[in-house]
Design a protein around this ligand. Structure first.
Ligand code: ARG
Length: 607
């Protein structure tokens, strides 16, 4: 029983010394205990913990509960002063190795000072165990992302979903969840009717010989034109859909052929961006959709609306789902109903995440409401999230298009990124210092890194302006700045002839140095790592991690500007190595590296 109980605990365990812990969680628990003991007459008292503002005089963290508690007493007619309440809280505060001392300031703030030995011990653990995640309750998670449509273009919206989804998946995997990355591709819509009919006309021998349709998009365009103009063709297209959806073998074969062409194109993008996904498209749910439609009908959830069968969600939704069209066909709505049922009930996922553009927010609101109504989704047991994001704009602030008004092909965009990244590296004269191989690696790291980072560093709810010039700047919160900063930090140890293995050895004898004001400032930023990870886990906004890693880089610069790590004499010979600072620099690099991994950035040794 003891083991089971321990596994059930979702709160980080306090005693595990081999890991960095969430400082705010620990403070929250300590102050919760103190406040409940000090004020037993208040039910559910407010526990307010914050990181202290930059002036170290005011401590490292703060507890700001005394003021709201004073208000509660005032409302019930009791006269109290927040300063006295703050004192009562401190009188009841359990001791903890993390907390050095507390002081009351101003009207009743409690300033909390962290213990530096504790900080040294926690950071030191990184060298033996690597950067470890905070402990959370293990869950099975399905994350649905990327999800382009066959034969239609994979556009920048899908690129955003791909980048954001990959990062969230990496974050969840780092936290040791069981993560299933699902590519819910559109491979079963009515578009296949006209595609198959057109394929039959253009390449009558397609069943024997692979037709040359590498450019599926123009093939799609041709089919669409005929569909819109030719009544006879339109009728055949409809017939083809019906045959496909009843699994007629020749139609299935043609359909597979078309899907394969698209699949190869998608895979090129995924390979270049280092994205992993398991394909499970809409077609996968066809028989399950038939089944769930019947179930919904029998349970009386469907309403007839002019020949369509619709289903209403709850009060929060104002449009219904179309479960069956008037021609009897299924829809995007019905296949999503089948998919959510499959995920929650067959796969038994605890948590399902959908990374899709904000234009589909309503669709998912209705999906969740209908799934609840049908008893598929149990809010007490399941968590579902719609992770939306805004549109991508061009530098003219209009929809991101080519000059001729066509949408931009992702492959072209990635090629352009490579080209611009190389220009940037040449501009800095790097082509003269790096070997061709190193240059190529730096180019790819910068190109793909900057595209991902520009996307991830913006609040995903906002639209964002795609600009290579902006994302390739080497100042400010950009991938280029961070990748350079990282390379520089790693090179510090290298100039003092320290390999990662030697540093690990060193860490057994020497401690990270946190004495100097700037060392301590950097150390405290590093200690926030678990909190930043948990914050992002909570709201699924990857820009928190970008802001955090940027703060690490700028705080490191401050430290490095005032603290020597390696002292050299005028002839460039090393006269003194400050081991504690070498360790601090290495811990910084290791935490940055972990953040980079989550963000999909690939640092290189030299750039
Ligand atoms: N294929 C859809 C689109 O391009 C996105 C699918 C998202 N996932 C889902 N389960 N509906 O708009």
């Amino acid at each position: 029983i003891a083991i089971a109980e321990e596994q059930m605990q979702s709160k980080p365990t306090i005693s595990d010394s081999s890991k960095m812990e969430s400082i705010t969680d620990i403070l929250h628990q300590l102050f919760h205990t103190a406040i409940c003991a000090a004020f037993p007459d208040i039910t559910d008292p407010p526990v307010v913990i914050a990181v202290a503002a930059s002036n170290p005089k005011f401590g490292d963290y703060q507890c700001n509960s005394a003021m709201p508690i004073a208000n509660i007493y005032k409302q019930s007619g009791k006269k109290v002063t927040p300063r006295n309440l703050a004192q009562k809280i401190l009188d009841n505060l359990p001791s903890h190795p993390m907390v050095e001392k507390c002081e009351i300031a101003g009207p009743g703030f409690i300033n909390i000072f962290l213990n530096r030995d504790y900080a040294v011990k926690k950071l030191q653990a990184i060298f033996q165990n690597g950067v470890q995640p905070p402990t959370v309750e293990r869950k099975k998670i399905i994350i649905d992302f990327s999800s382009p449509n066959i034969a239609k273009e994979m556009h920048v919206g899908h690129l955003r979903s791909t980048i954001i989804g990959e990062t969230i998946a990496r974050l969840l995997e780092f936290l040791n969840f069981e993560v299933h990355r699902i590519n819910h591709i559109g491979d079963w819509g009515t578009q296949f009717g006209m595609l198959i009919a057109h394929l039959q006309d253009r390449f009558p021998d397609h069943l024997e010989k692979m037709p040359p349709i590498s450019d599926l998009q123009s093939f799609y365009k041709e089919a669409k034109e005929r569909f819109d103009e030719d009544e006879e063709f339109k009728k055949r297209a409809y017939d083809s859909v019906v045959k496909l959806q009843s699994f007629e073998p020749k139609h299935i074969k043609a359909w597979k052929l078309i899907c394969d062409v698209s699949r190869k194109e998608f895979q090129k993008i995924y390979d270049r961006l280092d994205i992993t996904l398991k394909e499970r498209g809409e077609s996968f749910y066809q028989t399950r959709t038939e089944k769930i439609v019947k179930e919904l009908e029998e349970a009386g959830f469907l309403e007839n609306d002019d020949g369509r069968k619709i289903m209403w969600g709850d009060e929060s939704t104002t449009v219904p789902f179309t479960i069956v069209k008037s021609d009897g066909g299924f829809t995007y709505d019905s296949s999503d109903m089948a998919a959510i049922k499959h995920r929650l009930q067959e796969e038994k996922a605890d948590w399902v995440i959908y990374v899709v553009d904000s234009g589909q927010a309503t669709h998912f609101q209705i999906l969740f409401a209908c799934a609840k109504k049908a008893g598929i989704l149990d809010p007490k047991k399941h968590r579902v999230d719609f992770v939306g994001f805004g549109v991508v704009l061009g530098e003219d602030k209009k929809k991101f298009k080519t000059r001729s008004g066509d949408s931009i092909r992702l492959v072209d965009l990635l090629d352009k990124g490579l080209e611009k990244a190389l220009d940037k590296l040449k501009e800095k004269g790097r082509d003269k210092v790096l070997t061709p191989d190193e240059l190529k690696r730096a180019q790819e790291s910068v190109a793909y890194g900057c595209i991902k980072y520009a996307d991830l560093s913006h609040n995903r709810n906002h639209e964002y302006i795609f600009s290579f010039d902006k994302m390739l700047e080497d100042k400010g919160n950009t991938a280029v700045y961070l990748l350079y900063a990282f390379t520089r930090i790693r090179s510090i140890a290298r100039t003092a002839n320290f390999t990662p293995e030697k540093i690990k050895e060193l860490s057994k004898k020497e401690n990270i140095s946190l004495e100097h004001e700037k060392e301590w400032k950097l150390g405290k930023v590093l200690l926030r790592f678990p909190d930043e990870i948990l914050k992002t886990l909570n709201d699924l906004y990857p820009h928190h991690i970008c802001e955090y890693v940027y703060e690490i880089a700028t705080t490191f610069t401050e430290f490095y500007d005032s603290c020597y790590c390696v002292e050299k004499d005028s002839s460039g010979d090393i006269v003194k190595v400050n081991y504690g600072r070498i360790l601090l620099a290495e811990a910084t690099a290791m935490i940055m590296e972990k953040c980079f991994h989550i963000l999909g950035l690939k640092p290189v040794e030299k750039m």
